[in-house]
Design a protein around this ligand. Structure first.
Ligand code: CP
Length: 312
C-alpha cells in the first residue's frame, strides 16, 4: 500500500487489517495519545470541490501529529492555471511533502501522478473513475452498522454511471462472501460494463433493477447517490434524470427494521431530510467514521514509504 489508486488493489486481509487499525486509532484518538506521524507533511491537492474528503484527510494528518499544506482549488490557485502539467506539479510537491492526496476531474489522474511521484499518492476521486478511500469508509460503515459484511444485500441507487463511489464500493464488496448488489439507476446512467464484468469474473451476484421500492424492501443497505450534475453532457439530460429515485419516509416504511441508508454525501434532494431522524439513516455516522479510516490509510502509506526507503 504505497499508492492508493483504486479499490481493486485491496484484498480482504488488507481490508480487515485496515479496519482493525482504524478502530484502534479511534480509541487512541479519543484517549488523546496518538501522534505516530509527528514530523510528516500531507499535501492536499484538490482540482475539484470537496468538504468531507479534503477536511477529513487534513484532520486525520493533524490528529496523527503531522502537518498539512493544501490547495483547495488547484485548477485556479496552483500553477496549473499557468499551464503546468499535473506531472510537474506532483514532482515538485513530492519534494515538500511526505504524501499527496489528489482529487482531479480526469479519470486516471491519480495513476498519472503516481507514475512520477517520489511519495505516496492517494486518489481522492478521479473524475467519474474511482473514489477508493470513500469506498473504504463505506465498507467500514457497513461493518460497524451491521457487524459483518459477508452476506450483505446492497442496493446501489442513483447516478451509477458517473458516481465514482459506487464503482469503488462494488469492487470492495466483491471481496466478501455471499453478497448481492442490486443496481437501481435511470436508464440514462447505468452501472458501467467494466464494473459488471468485474463482478461476473469474481462470481459476485448482482442484478439491474428499476423498482426501488421492491429492491429496498429486501435490502440490508440502501446506498443512495447524488445525480452528478457537473458530469452530465447537457442540462436537459440532467433534468430528465434528477429526482427519479428519492429516499423518503414512504420508502423507509417499506425497508427492513434493521436495514440502513447510506450516502457518500453531499446529497442534493435524493434523501429527504425527514429521514435523518430515523435510526436507520447512517450517512452522518458513515462520514464521521471516515476520519479513522483515513488516519489508518495515512499510517499504512507512510509505513510503506519508510519500508521502500529502507530497501533502496
Ligand atoms: N463523499 C465525498 O467525496 O464528499 P466531498 O466531495 O465533500 O469530499
Amino acid at each position: 500500500m504505497y499508492h492508493v489508486l483504486g479499490a481493486r488493489q485491496f484484498d480482504r486481509t488488507e481490508l480487515e487489517q485496515l479496519f482493525a487499525l482504524a478502530r484502534m486509532l479511534e480509541t487512541k484518538t479519543r484517549e488523546g495519545r496518538c501522534e505516530p506521524l509527528r514530523g510528516k507533511i500531507l499535501a492536499s491537492l484538490f482540482f475539484e470541490p470537496s468538504t468531507r474528503t479534503r477536511m477529513s484527510f487534513e484532520a486525520a494528518m493533524l490528529r496523527l501529529g503531522g502537518q498539512v499544506i493544501s490547495t483547495e482549488n488547484a485548477a485556479q490557485f496552483s500553477s496549473a492555471i499557468k499551464g503546468e502539467t499535473l506531472e510537474d506539479t506532483v514532482r515538485v510537491i513530492g519534494a515538500y511533502a511526505d504524501v499527496i492526496v489528489l482529487r482531479h476531474y480526469e479519470r486516471g489522474a491519480a495513476a498519472r501522478a503516481a507514475a512520477v511521484s517520489e511519495v505516496p499518492v492517494i486518489n481522492a476521486g478521479d473524475g467519474p473513475g474511482e473514489h477508493p478511500t470513500q469506498a473504504l469508509l463505506d465498507l467500514y460503515a457497513i461493518h460497524r452498522e451491521r457487524g459483518r459484511i459477508d452476506g450483505t444485500r446492497v442496493a446501489m441507487v442513483g447516478d451509477l454511471a458517473y458516481g465514482r463511489t459506487v464503482h469503488s464500493l462494488a469492487y470492495l464488496i466483491a471481496r466478501f462472501d455471499g453478497v448481492h448488489i442490486d443496481f437501481v439507476a435511470p436508464p440514462e446512467t447505468p452501472i458501467p460494463e467494466e464494473v459488471k464484468d468485474y463482478l461476473r469474473r469474481h462470481g459476485v451476484s448482482y442484478a439491474e433493477e428499476e423498482d426501488l421500492e421492491a429492491v429496498a424492501a429486501r435490502a440490508d443497505v440502501v446506498y443512495q447517490t447524488r445525480i452528478q450534475k457537473e458530469r452530465f453532457p447537457s442540462p436537459e439530460l440532467y433534468e430528465r434524470v434528477y429526482g427519479r429515485y428519492v429516499v423518503d419516509r414512504s420508502l423507509m416504511r417499506k425497508m427492513k427494521p434493521d436495514a440502513v441508508v447510506m450516502h457518500p454525501l453531499p446529497r442534493a434532494g435524493e434523501i429527504d431530510p425527514e429521514v435523518d431522524s430515523d435510526p436507520r439513516a447512517a450517512y452522518f455516522r458513515q462520514a464521521a467514521g471516515g476520519l479513522y479510516v483515513r488516519m489508518a490509510l495515512l499510517c499504512r502509506c507512510l509505513e510503506a514509504e519508510l519500508e521502500q526507503r529502507r530497501n533502496t
